[in-house]
Write a protein that binds this ligand. Structure first.
Ligand SMILES: [Zn+2]
Ligand SMILES: [Zn+2]
Length: 230
């Protein structure tokens, strides 16, 4: 996989070939919008009310992870993430990880993680796509934060439908039982789950629930982007 991460590197927004040493072109630099202002204490989604602690979704559905952080508003990088996943643009992982390191370093370090765990793909999907985008991202973050990646802690046992095509309740049902922890007695204190996007949080919540049932305690997450709706 590393071969395709080499040059020519392309702009993660407009897909033009970049000058050497650049991760995004000058034209697109302002397009990815970072999540700013008041944020949900659980999922880090932007909050409209400065008086709320949690977003309406985290208020309503209790999440199994302790807390998580995301870099960009999903609508500003939607096409980019779609290409990252579906159009053979694994190199975009470098741009995303660079942004996460630049802007979210303090909070990620505060999680005191032992390990990064990418959200796995179902084997049939992995075969079709050729790579797991979350694992590429975890590998890039690993270099920057000096944390190991454990890509075998979780397995995806259920072939789920694409979350974006489903309604809120269907998404919750779709992910139930999606993951499995193949090993017993794993000893990690603090785990960071890594994924590309947090939409309803159903996938990350289920992955975290699986880890907790397997005896692990503190689960956090980091994603490139997060949706603003609930
Ligand atoms: Zn560009
Ligand atoms: Zn929230």
């Amino acid at each position: 996989m590393t071969g395709s991460l080499l040059f020519p590197r392309r702009c993660p927004i407009c897909d033009e070939i970049l000058d050497k040493g650049k991760l995004i072109c000058d034209k697109c630099i302002r397009i990815p919008r970072r999540v700013t202002g008041e944020r949900c204490f659980k999922c880090s989604k932007h909050l409209d009310s400065p008086y709320a602690e949690y977003c309406p979704d985290c208020e309503k559905h209790k999440k199994s992870f302790l807390r998580g952080i995301a870099l960009y508003e999903y609508d500003s990088v939607k096409d980019s993430i779609n290409s990252f996943k579906n159009n053979s643009r694994p190199e975009y992982a470098v741009f995303y990880a660079d942004g996460i390191e630049r802007h979210l370093s303090d909070i990620i370090k505060s999680f005191n993680a032992d390990v990064l765990v990418p959200i796995p793909l179902h084997p049939s999907k992995l075969k079709k796509r050729g790579y797991n985008q979350s694992e590429l991202l975890a590998n890039e973050l690993s270099k920057r934060f000096g944390l190991p990646v454990d890509a075998h802690l979780l397995e995806r046992t259920k072939k789920t439908k694409e979350q974006k095509k489903l309604t809120g309740n269907e998404r919750l049902k779709n992910t139930v039982g999606a993951f499995h922890m193949p090993q017993n007695g794993v000893k990690y204190n603090n785990i960071i789950l890594v994924d590309d996007v947090y939409t309803t949080g159903a996938t990350l919540d289920e992955a975290s629930r699986t880890l907790i049932s397997g005896g692990l305690k503190n689960v956090y997450f980091v994603t490139v982007a997060i949706g603003s709706g609930s």
